[in-house]
Structure formats: structure tokens, C-alpha cells
Ligand binder design. Sequence first.
Ligand code: GRF
Length: 201
Amino acid sequence: MARTSADRVRVAVFISGAGTNMAGLLYASRLAGAPYEIALVASNCADASGLELAALEGVETFVHPHQGHSREAQDTAMERAATDAGAEIIVLAGYMRILSPEFVRRWEGRILNIHPSLLPRYKGLDTFARAIDAGDSHAGSSVHLVTPDLDAGPVLAQVRVAIAEHDTPETLAARVKLAEHQLYPRALADFIASRAGAPTA
Ligand code: GRF
């Protein structure tokens, strides 16, 4: 049965940069049967190029530069935009700000992130260089629920990407990006399906 926009879950995506994962989510949301729609793309960087793509595609955008604001003030502004857009779920897609624990607690179970490693390996930065230096056979990406501890929330889905002998962090990052564009829309759709099937208290 075709979904109407009334039964799609409204999602706010937070970005800081290129927003290619956001674009993947957005175009996946336009396919028949998608269980979500992108209600808002919000950023802490006015020059995040993903904002332009979102606006071009008719998605509401919001910018609140973080400079000169406390973490709490930044989070409050972003949260208000998400709430005003009617978002039920927040999706972080290259959002380069650490969220305050209070914000995370308010959205616990409804906020997802994508991290470019096979968690629990390589939390934090420089994941590709660390995987190459360790001699790993595979890198990859993980979609996880956000908890107050950085990159430590329950993993919802992962994709593995083989590491070639000649890989540099840059060449590996490019292939992981391709894999992420498949991973995130699927992980979000599965997450929404699992919530819909969950028993209510
Ligand atoms: C992705 O590689 C994601 O894993 C990490 O930030 C990057 C964002 O890339 N959290 P983009 O802006 O979606 O292209």
C-alpha cells in the first residue's frame, strides 16, 4: 500500500559540511514506500554545501552558526528548529558538534548518527588512517543511536569496506562514503520499522 505523507515519519537532519549522506537520505525518501520524509536540514555552518542541495530540493533549511554560543544555546536553537519542523527523529550526518548530555537525553532513542568505522573500533577522529595503520582487512561505517558517550550508543547497522594495500585515508574514505550512502537510508528505514513494531507501554 502506498504511504501518504501523513504516515511518513518526519526527520530532521543535522549537517556541517558536504551533506552527501543527507542527500542520500533525501533521495531515498523520495522513492516509493519510503517510511520517512526529510522535514528539515539544519546546520551550524552557513556555508555547508548540503544546505544548497536541500533548498534546491524544496526542503526547509535552518542555520545557526555555533561561534559565540555555548553548547547548550547552540543545541537549543537546533532543537527548536527540529521541533518546529515537526521532527520525530533527528539524524546526524556529518554534524561536527558534540551535543550536550541534556539534549541527547531529551532525544534518547530518537537520535541517530553515522560514524565511519566498524564500531566499537575507532571512535572519534582519523578512523581511516587508524584502520590502515592497524593493518585491518576492512574498514566500514556504523549507524548507531546517540547516547551521551561519544560514538558509544547501540549500533543499528554496519557496512564493511575492504581495505586495499595501496589505500590512503583519502581513497579509503571515498569508498566508505559510497557504502554509507547505501547504509544510512536502509538503517533509518529499518529503525523506523522496528519502532512501529515495538510494543507500546
Ligand atoms: C561521513 O563520512 C560520516 O560517517 C561522518 O561524517 C561524514 C559526513 O560526510 N560522520 P557527508 O557530509 O555526509 O558527505
